[in-house]
Design a protein around this ligand. Structure first.
Ligand code: VGL
Ligand code: ZN
Length: 191
């Protein structure tokens, strides 16, 4: 698959708290860093989203069940857990999206704050590639919103990891049904 000037790469929530040792560690979450680093220079436009919660965010629970609405405290604004993974390459000319800042509202999608679709359209973007964490939550909702916003949408499966196996499988099916193309970073590199 050939990358065009009208493509953007959206890197979703590759933050310490979603990686091994973090508050809401996704199994092998850090495995997404190498493929993302490897492909990013092919894209003329990069977007990095960050889960960026206040201390009292409504999704936080004292007895977390690791599902929607019941997470351990994670990605608190300006905390080490909210920082990007230390090995992730983060070019300064990228677009950065913070989400989940309102205490009373969950915001899984990088499009939640409402400005990303317009920003991408204004930059001439037609197709978005999506990678990062977690497949069954923020990646899924970002991909579904991208389709809804009218972008051709490609999920880079080997550059994503999910919270749990069943919800990850279900998320992949849901994305496919919505029109998301599923491919591998290798399909970009060795074209
Ligand atoms: C996420 C759970 C809670 C994610 C964010 O980035 O997928 N998951 N907050
Ligand atoms: Zn969160």
């Amino acid at each position: 698959m050939k990358i065009a000037e009208t493509d953007a790469l959206i890197v979703v929530d590759v933050q310490n708290d979603f990686c091994p040792g973090g508050a809401l560690a996704v199994p092998n979450g850090d495995a997404v860093v190498s493929p993302i680093n490897r492909i990013m220079e092919q894209f003329s436009l990069l977007v990095f989203s960050r889960d960026w919660h206040p201390r009292d965010h409504c999704s936080f629970s004292q007895m977390p069940e690791f599902r929607d609405g019941s997470w351990p405290q994670h990605c608190v604004q300006n905390s080490p857990g909210a920082e990007f993974h230390g090995s992730l390459r983060v070019p300064l000319d990228a677009i950065f999206i913070n989400k989940g800042e309102a205490p009373e509202k969950e915001a899984y999608s990088a499009f939640s704050e409402g400005t990303l679709a317009e920003t991408l359209r204004a930059r001439g973007v037609k197709r978005v590639f999506i990678a990062g964490l977690a497949t069954d939550y923020c990646v899924k909702f970002t991909a579904l919103d991208a389709v809804r916003a009218g972008f051709e949408t490609v999920l880079l499966l080997d550059a994503c990891r999910g919270v749990a196996p069943e919800s990850t499988e279900a998320a992949i099916e849901e994305m496919k049904a919505a029109g998301v193309f599923i491919c591998q970073t290798g399909d970009l590199l060795y074209e």
